[in-house]
Write a protein that binds this ligand. Structure first.
Ligand code: FES
Ligand SMILES: [Fe+2]
Length: 450
């Protein structure tokens, strides 16, 4: 079927296909779908902007993007976090073009209006002579992002003034964030600056890869098996639990076949274990101490992975957060943060950082494996054949591995619906269902119409 425009009939068909576990291939990179995603999803959901450790002191700032909206995030002189549209309200010039720094004021390069780190307009070139008393300065400050929230140091923004509170949006994910971000006294800190690069990929494919797809690991990252870094057991990334949450979020809690990791607390120094035990609930400590890899995502486009890397006596663990900023239906700008426990020994932090650089980010071997695959998806989905073919989201247990034959594990101690395997399409399906729900919200009531 070739569509000329998105209409009710198109969405009805899409919903029916998805209920059967089939995802029409054209939706991945369709330009009209992409346009709708901007309005229906990215303008309404919480998006990650920065970690508080990137804004250490009053006057610190970073510049970010919420898809096409440039954002200026500041810590004002009172220490509060603020976020503004990084565009001068006079003629709209992009105000601050540096990536980060420390400033009390921001001066526009076009006509010289200046603003303080609270967003207030404080200076107008030749103001008295040009405007006299006629300009109400209070009304011409920087435009604040409608909603800003933070959880465990993670600062998010939302362009929808009526959006649900951040904590409600994160829902069950908070419990897992408490493990990843709250296990240490002092929390986590960003080391270095976020790496950025552009990849040929659709944001849904990259988000799904992290949130929902340990099944790809044994094949895409086969070289790690061949080098003896990963186990040769083809099920090795499938052991553990895949946890589905509301609002399209999900996490994979990957262990070994025994349900434990060889490396207690992901290979973090033993001296830190009592601190983890103290900061976590017994259930969280149980999971954190026996997990090898946490990998997941916050819908729509924030992903994270907390792996164990290294061999012999040189193990390291860290947290990598990344935002897939859509630049089009077939392109993303990747923003990639390295985080580590503030309380970890300096030597360990440096070693972990080196491990991260070798695995993820623009120079990382694992990163390049995935990037190649995402580009191939984009290339294959734009052709004529893809217009009426479907992708295989056929089951909760895996694309074509038997619908409904895996039940949730009632004994898993964490919140969410936990399936006792990570080789399963549970999060993929939930993500896409949520995607369709948001995409069609206010447009059609599919439940009633179909
Ligand atoms: S556009 Fe910024 S001062 Fe004119
Ligand atoms: Fe991968």
């Amino acid at each position: 079927m070739r569509r000329n425009q998105l209409d009710l009939k198109t969405f009805k068909v899409l919903k029916q296909k998805m209920d059967e576990g089939l995802l029409p291939q054209w939706v991945t990179t369709d330009p009209e779908i992409y346009e709708l995603e901007q309005e229906q999803i990215f303008a309404r959901t919480w998006q990650f902007l920065a970690h508080e450790s990137e804004l250490k002191e009053p006057g610190s700032y970073v510049t970010r993007w919420m898809v096409n909206d440039p954002i200026l995030v500041t810590r004002n002189n009172s220490g509060e976090i603020k976020a503004f549209l990084n565009s001068c309200p006079h003629r709209g010039a992009h105000l601050c073009t540096a990536d980060y720094g420390k400033r009390k004021t921001f001066t526009c390069a076009y006509h010289g209006w200046s603003f303080n780190n609270d967003g207030k307009l404080i200076g107008i070139v030749a103001g008295d002579k040009v405007y006299g008393e006629g300009l109400a300065k209070d009304e011409w400050g920087l435009r604040p992002i409608p909603r800003v929230g933070s959880y465990r140091g993670m600062i998010f923004g939302n362009l929808d003034p009526n959006a649900m509170p951040l904590e409600d949006y994160l829902g069950d994910m908070k419990w897992y964030f408490d493990i990843l971000l709250g296990r240490s006294d002092g929390g986590m800190e960003v080391r270095g600056v976020p790496h950025r690069w552009v990849a040929k990929a659709n944001w849904k494919a990259t988000s799904e890869n992290f949130a929902a797809d340990p099944y790809h690991v044994q094949t895409t990252h086969r070289s790690t098996v061949e080098m003896g870094i990963s186990p040769s057991d083809p099920l090795y990334a499938g052991y553990g639990h895949q946890v589905v949450m509301s609002n399209g979020h999900g996490i994979n809690v990957i262990t070994s076949a025994t349900g434990r990791s060889k490396h207690t607390y992901q290979g973090m120094p033993e001296s830190m274990w009592p601190m983890f035990d103290r900061n976590l609930t017994p259930e969280q400590a149980d999971i954190a101490s026996r997990t090898t890899v946490f990998v997941g995502g916050v819908f729509p486009n924030l992903s994270f992975v907390s792996p164990v890397h290294g061999t012999g006596g040189h193990l390291h663990n860290y947290l990598n957060f990344r935002v897939w900023r859509p630049l089009g239906p077939d392109k993303v700008e990747v923003w990639c943060w390295f985080m580590i426990d503030k309380a970890a020994p300096e030597e360990y932090k440096e070693e972990a950082y080196r491990g991260y650089i070798g695995s993820f980010g623009p120079s990382g071997t694992l990163e390049q494996d995935d990037t190649e695959t995402w580009a191939r998806i984009v290339e294959a989905n734009k052709g004529i054949m893809a217009r009426d073919k479907e992708l295989n989201y056929n089951s909760v247990s895996n694309y074509l591995m038997g619908f409904g034959n895996v039940d949730p594990d009632p004994h898993f101690p964490g919140p969410g619906t936990a399936y006792p395997t990570c080789y399963i399409d549970a999060i993929s399906r939930s993500m896409h269902e949520h995607w369709l729900e948001l995409l069609t919200k206010d447009l059609v009531d599919l439940k009633e119409e179909v």
